[in-house]
Design a binder for this molecule. Sequence first.
Ligand code: 5GP
Ligand code: ZN
Length: 111
Amino acid sequence: MAHDCLFCKIIAGDIPSNKAAETDKILAFHDIAPQAPVHVLVIAKRHTPSVSETPDNAIFADLMGGARDVAKQLNLEDYRIILNNGAEAGQSVFHMHAHILAGRPLLWPPG
Ligand code: 5GP
Ligand code: ZN
């Protein structure tokens, strides 16, 4: 691949992951450092670095629709979907991803 991206390597299977769901558009896998009893990451297979750098809107439908479908498959009723955009907002991997957090009460506003 042209760029050195951790999540593209997970999509390619070069780095193993604990998969939760997969379609032709998205991959969902369990976070390596879970922040809740359920912590799943949903990524589009098409590389885009972040929310603010996404070239078109279709990828958001793939990501958010994918997150909804994964939550349903996991029988989650209450859950939070988070997209961190930029380092100061908590983004550490620059392949856009949605976090699904569930399984414990979630504070609002987040810290
Ligand atoms: P961010 O901080 O960018 O919003 O989220 C990146 C997430 O990726 C973090 O929650 C981090 O624990 C997770 N992560 C980083 N490296 C790996 C990995 O190699 N495998 C998995 N499954 N998750 C990872
Ligand atoms: Zn990537």
